[in-house]
Design a protein around this ligand. Structure first.
Ligand code: NDP
Length: 516
């Protein structure tokens, strides 16, 4: 839909749904319907795409400075409207005030500033020097041109970070963007579209396409590039569809991120990190700690610390505001079935639940759960759980930890805890994942200069850093011949003497490499 205000009006002041044919949005903490948004079909998406394409050249023509002005206004708008943004995120996700306010808001605000400042640096023309004989004396450069219309498909776990966040660099590069948020969490995207409109983004440059997976499918058929975040299963479908159209696709998919705790680690920090990064956002973070491997000598002490900290967590309806609960509800109700299956499968196979293990407080929720005596025959150690669970496994040494950490189809991120930072880096380099922290977890994601992207079934491409904006552009190489004769030596007509001389020259220049 082009105008977000119409959508906002579809939510009545008492929060009840007012539209009969649309997608109902629920507050997962209470189960109440809080809004209904249009369920767009392929024709609607085609109309949005035409509008976006018509608006894009004007946006591109505003240049980096013009676009950066809108981004900086949007940064301020986000902070001026922080309560509204936090309330909206909380209402459709069931996450805590802190998970919405501290994590989502900080990412959005810093991303607007970052891309306003760095877009031009990453995208301006740059000269290239070449060792090729054939281009001697010629001017070589690379330039980046926005692809045109970008589709962003987002998941429900971070409506601001994961859905809207990817739109910011796409817009900063000069593209028009259509965002298809998860049907579970469209309200944050609609609110942010309203904010961008207030900040002066030209009409139709940023549009939100609400609807179900069908709207996502239709979007892939319309755009020049697709940025997808979500499950590996859907990511494969998106990649196949994009491949048929030969459009680029960047995919950030599932993860089963391991934490490795070595015997010399600061156990208090390791335990705090394991508990926080497995339980925050109710474990619904693609780079959360999904499994822990602890060297035998410190296993018992580590488990005791973790159990104490998890027992102290308060899980429940977060509507009490800041500080009221530590762990909120699950955003997607079917997630509860996945978590239950993983816990049951583990206990059926001999694992022990030391804390939690049951459905939690709320319409869709799970108690913070610690599992031990786990192994790789159990789904909780091999499949993405995406919930507030922490399975901990004892290992003999770092080699065994690495073998198990890498025994996964996924490779999104990981972490290593040790006081020996050289050893930590050595172990980190052997983890098969796109991002690994030593004595930290997840916070690499806040460094927007640092590329982030998954290996193996965790994705294709990356976000952040230079590629985080260049991927939204067509790269063009320019060669300019300033000084040249009428004819180059390799051109027709072929003459034996010239051809032999050229080969002699190659021998002189490149033939030495094999002598030694
Ligand atoms: P999906 O991958 O199904 O959904 C992600 C997005 O893709 C949503 O906007 C969805 O729309 C849309 N979509 C669905 N089908 C298609 C399609 N064929 N073509 C284009 N877009 C489509 O994730 P789920 O919500 O089903 O979650 C499933 C699992 O994925 C979770 O259990 C979790 O393990 C993992 N996950 C990983 C995330 C991550 O950050 N890496 C985030 C969320 C989930 P709609 O929601 O309207 O169906």
């Amino acid at each position: 839909m082009a105008g977000t205000k119409e959508q906002a009006h579809e939510t009545s002041s008492n929060g009840a749904a007012t539209e009969e044919h649309g997608v109902a949005v629920h507050n997962p903490a209470t189960g109440e319907v809080i809004a209904t948004v249009p369920d767009l079909g392929a024709d609607d998406i085609a109309r949005l795409a035409a509008q976006g394409r018509a608006a894009q050249p004007g946006w591109e023509a505003m240049g980096f400075d013009g676009r950066a002005r809108v981004m900086r206004r949007a940064q301020k708008w986000l902070l001026d409207n922080s309560e509204r943004v936090i309330d909206t995120i909380m209402s459709e996700t069931g996450k805590t005030w802190e998970d919405a306010g501290v994590l989502e808001l900080s990412y959005g605000a810093s991303a607007f500033g970052f891309w306003a400042k760095h877009a031009e640096k990453y995208l301006r023309d740059h000269k290239v020097r070449s060792g090729s004989l054939f281009v001697f004396g010629k001017k070589l450069k690379v330039r980046y041109r926005p692809l045109g219309l970008i589709g962003v498909i987002g998941p429900w776990n971070y409506p601001l970070v994961n859905s809207f966040g990817d739109c910011i660099p796409a817009l900063a590069a000069g593209n028009a963007v259509i965002l298809k948020p998860s049907e579970l969490t469209p309200l944050t995207s609609i609110l942010l579209a309203e904010g961008l409109a207030e900040c002066g983004i030209p009409e139709h440059v940023f549009q939100v396409a609400t609807g179900t997976g069908d709207a996502g499918r239709a979007l892939v058929d319309e755009v020049d590039m697709i940025m997808f975040t979500g499950s590996t299963e859907t990511g494969r479908k998106v990649a196949e569809q994009a491949a048929k159209r030969l459009i680029p696709a960047s995919l950030e998919l599932g993860g089963k991120d391991p934490m490795i705790v070595l015997a010399d680690a600061d156990l208090e920090r390791a335990a705090n990190s394991a508990v926080f990064w497995s339980m925050q956002n109710a474990g619904q973070t693609c780079i959360s700690v999904e499994r822990v491997y602890v060297e035998a000598p410190v296993y018992d002490e580590f488990v005791d610390k973790v159990v104490g900290k998890v027992k102290a967590l308060r899980q429940g309806d977060p509507s009490g505001g800041p500080g009221s609960v530590d762990v909120g509800t699950l955003t997607s109700p079917p997630q509860q079935d996945i978590i239950e299956r993983h816990v049951k499968d583990a206990t059926d196979k001999g694992a022990r639940v030391l804390v939690g293990g049951h459905a939690g407080n709320g319409a869709s929720a799970w108690e913070p759960t610690v599992l031990v005596d786990v192994d790789h025959d159990m789904a909780c150690m091999t499949e993405e759980t995406f919930g507030p669970t922490l399975p901990i496994m004892k290992v003999a040494d770092a080699d065994e930890a690495l073998r198990l950490a890498n025994d996964s189809p996924y490779g999104l991120s990981g972490s290593v805890f040790t006081r020996d930072i050289n050893k930590g880096e050595d172990v980190a380099r052997r983890v098969e994942a796109g991002a690994v922290c030593v004595n930290d977890v997840v916070i690499n994601y806040s460094a927007l200069e640092l590329p982030f992207g998954g290996w193996k079934a965790s994705g294709l491409g990356s976000r952040h850093g230079a590629n985080g904006i260049r991927k939204y552009c067509a790269q063009q190489s320019i060669l300019i011949s300033r000084f040249h004769g009428k004819r180059d030596p390799q051109m027709f007509p072929y003459k034996a003497k010239m051809s032999r001389n050229l080969v002699r020259l190659y021998r002189f220049l490149w033939g030495r490499g094999n002598r030694g």
